[in-house]
Design a binder for this molecule. Structure first.
Ligand SMILES: [Zn+2]
Length: 271
């Protein structure tokens, strides 16, 4: 082909065909990232997906991340990050951040960007193992702030990593202002009466088998987890996923339709 014909072919035939294919892919895509709005057919799996989760853990029907619909292939948001974003939209919680003091543990990148748009008066990002210099190294069981320092704490899928989670809950309670709220998502099973936690489960191999991840230290039972929130002093206010989202949205956005929002409040008057 002469260069002129090649150029004509590229601009008139090839590119429109490619664009039509892209548009067709977008229309036919089954999934959409709630955060970056890109469309595609599959979220990236976590560690090979649900088929690699031990059978007995699958039978416990853990309410937590969905390993088959984990990361957005474009913005990298995880399902629990997208889910929190959706809850914040529905409950109009973003506006609660404006001019407030916010403590965000294990701060997810897309949530950070969104929170910063609402210009909190103080926004502390914290992690036991900070991934960048904007994140403060912090142990959830020993929070280096005075009593009643924060209006909002976000602790999304963190408690399952903390050996003394009661101490962490008491610390979060201590540094919250009266009427302050915390979002405390963690994986749990509705089928368990008691947490699964044993000091003999003390190697990566055993933690992977019994807890599902090498860095988890227990599997929470729903009643025991809720009781631990009450024991720490919180008023528990669970927002049901199904009151806000339909099955098509859960599927399309790749979020776990059985994971409700665990929102707790520090009472204005407490002991
Ligand atoms: Zn995305």
């Amino acid at each position: 082909m002469s260069s002129l014909i090649l150029k004509m072919y590229n601009t008139i035939i090839k590119k429109p065909v490619r664009n039509i294919k892209l548009i067709a892919n977008q229309i036919n895509s089954k999934r959409e990232c709630y955060i970056c709005h890109r469309r595609f057919n599959h979220f990236n799996k976590y560690q090979g997906g649900i088929k690699n989760v031990p059978l007995w853990l699958r039978k416990l029907e853990i309410v937590g991340s969905d390993p088959d619909n984990f990361k957005c292939p474009f913005c990298g948001s995880t399902d629990r990050e997208r889910h929190l974003y959706m809850y914040f939209d529905k409950l109009n919680l973003w506006e609660n951040l404006r001019d407030k003091s916010v403590l965000h543990f294990a701060p997810e990148i897309q949530l950070r960007k969104k929170i910063e748009q609402y210009a909190p008066a103080k926004y502390i990002k914290a992690d036991l193992y900070p991934s960048d210099s904007t994140i403060q190294k912090m142990d959830t069981t020993n929070i280096p702030f005075n009593n009643e320092s924060f209006d909002i704490v976000i602790c999304n899928h963190v408690l399952e990593h903390i050996p003394d989670h009661m101490k962490a809950l008491k610390e979060i309670f201590r540094i919250l202002k009266p009427n302050g709220i915390a979002i405390l998502q963690t994986p749990f099973s509705k089928l368990l009466k008691k947490n699964i936690e044993d000091e003999a489960i003390n190697t990566d191999e055993l933690r992977l088998i019994f807890y599902g991840q090498t860095d988890h230290v227990r599997v929470f039972s729903e009643p025991q987890f809720i009781q631990s929130l009450v024991t720490a002093g919180f008023i528990v206010d669970v927002k049901k996923h199904q009151d806000f989202f339909n099955d098509d949205e859960s599927y399309s956005f790749g979020v776990n339709k059985i994971e409700d929002l665990i929102k707790v409040t520090k009472p204005a008057i407490h002991n």
